[in-house]
Design a protein around this ligand. Structure first.
Ligand SMILES: Cc1cc2nc3c(=O)[nH]c(=O)nc-3n(C[C@H](O)[C@H](O)[C@H](O)COP(=O)(O)OP(=O)(O)OC[C@H]3O[C@@H](n4cnc5c(N)ncnc54)[C@H](O)[C@@H]3O)c2cc1C
Length: 425
């Protein structure tokens, strides 16, 4: 329940906004367009509230993680809240009376804010629209850089609200101003002054290993202070400032155990950054690390657990396995599935941990030769009943979604199904 509070609060703000506008309505000014302007202001202020919550989430507040279920889930909330704001923006536009002869500043600002927000959001929602993707070079980095400007359009949108011919509703407008301040401060924090507060810690690349021909294991040693004490399964953001392409911060799970004196991340080459990292990262380079984030933690789950890893999604489970040291307080069936044997990493280490720990059973699956992993097989190995089990999953989204459905159908409650979201977009 605790991990739902964040989303509930956002919905509560929206409801409260409607209540405030009804309890403290604007003074009737005798015009025929009053009702449309009133409805438009309620909608417009809801857009401001949602956008401000969305901007707040991008500040990555570690203290808010428990209320959303981890930073990865906060990004999902950010996406949903932004999409809702975007859709309401259209409804707002259709509701308010627009006059082409009214040339006041607020109307120009509305056009600028609307066009800016729509262009940026369209690129997010439809990254394959050819002419829009040209603006971003069709890369995540390009999209992220463009996405940065959304806060400017948020501010323009609010100034528009103050400079159009608005209704007289002091309480309601003052209430919305609180959200404008939250959104603006969050935006400025993310883009400008956050760097003076956030802990970006200097590390050195101590070793670069290649466990197979598409994966890089980066070993990082703190130059001075380490990142805040992490739990197995958490992730960090890392960048390597000496290399242009690698100087952008990317999230990776910490695949080493918390007790190790170095941090390790294990990275699959799948796009620009990760391919460049595979070929160009060198021992001795500087690294800047931020973290640790995330609440994907097997220690908070029940005694009987099922872990399902697909491809590079094995990284949090590597951290779990490495964290066991003396033993394991849970009965765990670990499934690690990859297409071909050559794609697998650290299999011997996982198998050896399973030999040493009788409570850990490891099932390695090469789907091209063994066929895909099935729920029937998982059920059989668990003795037929998994109702009380806790499930931890990390891997390609279609795999995680398909198993989530099958685990639910097999009686595992939603609260017992945990998964790590590898996609922040
Ligand atoms: C919590 C978390 C943990 C992760 N752990 C691992 C791991 O242990 N090992 C691993 O190989 N991969 C991990 N990833 C995925 C990894 O971050 C992406 O594969 C990598 O950033 C892709 O970058 P690219 O430029 O090579 O690929 P691109 O093709 O540019 O991007 C592919 C996708 O990766 C994501 N992505 C790209 N750049 C960023 C960025 N700067 N910030 C956030 N997301 C981005 C986007 O969803 C994008 O659509 C993790 C992701 C998250 C969110």
């Amino acid at each position: 329940m605790k991990n739902k509070i964040g989303n509930i609060v956002i919905v509560a703000f929206v409801i409260l906004n409607i209540v405030v506008w009804f309890v403290f309505p604007p003074e009737y000014d005798g015009s025929d367009t009053f009702a449309r302007r009133y409805a438009g202001e309620v909608l417009g202020s809801t857009v401001i509230i949602l956008m401000s919550c969305s901007l707040f989430l991008t500040t990555r507040p570690a203290w808010a993680e428990p209320f959303f279920g981890g930073l990865d889930k906060m990004y999902i909330a950010h996406r949903r809240v932004s999409t809702s704001a975007f859709l309401l923006l259209f409804v707002h536009l259709l509701t308010v009376p627009i006059s082409v002869t009214d040339l006041r500043l607020g109307n120009y600002l509305a056009m600028i804010a609307f066009t800016g927000i729509v262009s940026i959001v369209l690129i997010t929602l439809a990254p394959r629209i050819a002419f829009l993707s040209k603006l971003t070079g069709n890369t995540y980095e390009g999209w992220k850089n463009l996405h940065r400007y959304i806060g400017i359009f948020f501010i323009i949108g609010f100034i528009h609200a103050l400079t159009v011919k608005s209704l007289h509703a002091l309480v309601a407008i003052s209430w919305v101003q609180i959200f404008f301040i939250i959104g603006t401060v969050s935006y400025l924090y993310t883009e400008i002054f956050g760097r003076f507060f956030k802990k970006y810690l200097p590390y050195t690349v101590e070793a670069v290993n290649h466990p197979n021909n598409s994966t890089t294991e980066v070993v990082l040693r703190a130059k001075k202070d380490s990142i805040r004490k992490q739990r197995a399964g958490q992730f960090l953001f890392v960048r390597f400032p000496q290399e242009k392409i690698l100087s952008e911060a990317h999230p990776f799970t910490i695949s080493s155990a918390p007790h190790e004196d170095v941090l390790r991340v294990t990275v699959k080459a799948c796009g620009d950054y990760t391919r460049h990292l595979f070929g160009n990262l060198k021992t001795g380079m500087d690294a800047v690390v931020e973290g640790a984030y995330g609440l994907f933690d097997y220690k908070t789950g029940g005694e009987k657990q099922i872990w399902v890893a697909g491809g590079i999604g094995v990284t949090p489970f590597l951290a779990f396995v490495r964290d066991m040291k003396g033993g394991l307080n849970h009965d765990v069936d670990l499934y690690y599935t990859v297409r071909h044997r050559e794609e697998s990493i650290f299999v011997e280490e996982i198998e050896s941990a399973a030999q040493k720990n009788p409570r850990l059973k490891a099932y390695i699956r090469y789907s091209s030769t063994d066929g895909s992993l099935t729920i029937e097989e998982i059920l059989k190995n668990a003795g037929g009943n998994i109702r009380g089990h806790h499930v931890y999953m990390c891997g390609p989204l279609p795999m995680v979604q398909a198993f989530e459905k099958k685990f639910s159908e097999s009686g595992v409650s939603a609260a017992n199904i945990h998964y790590e979201e590898f996609n922040f977009r």
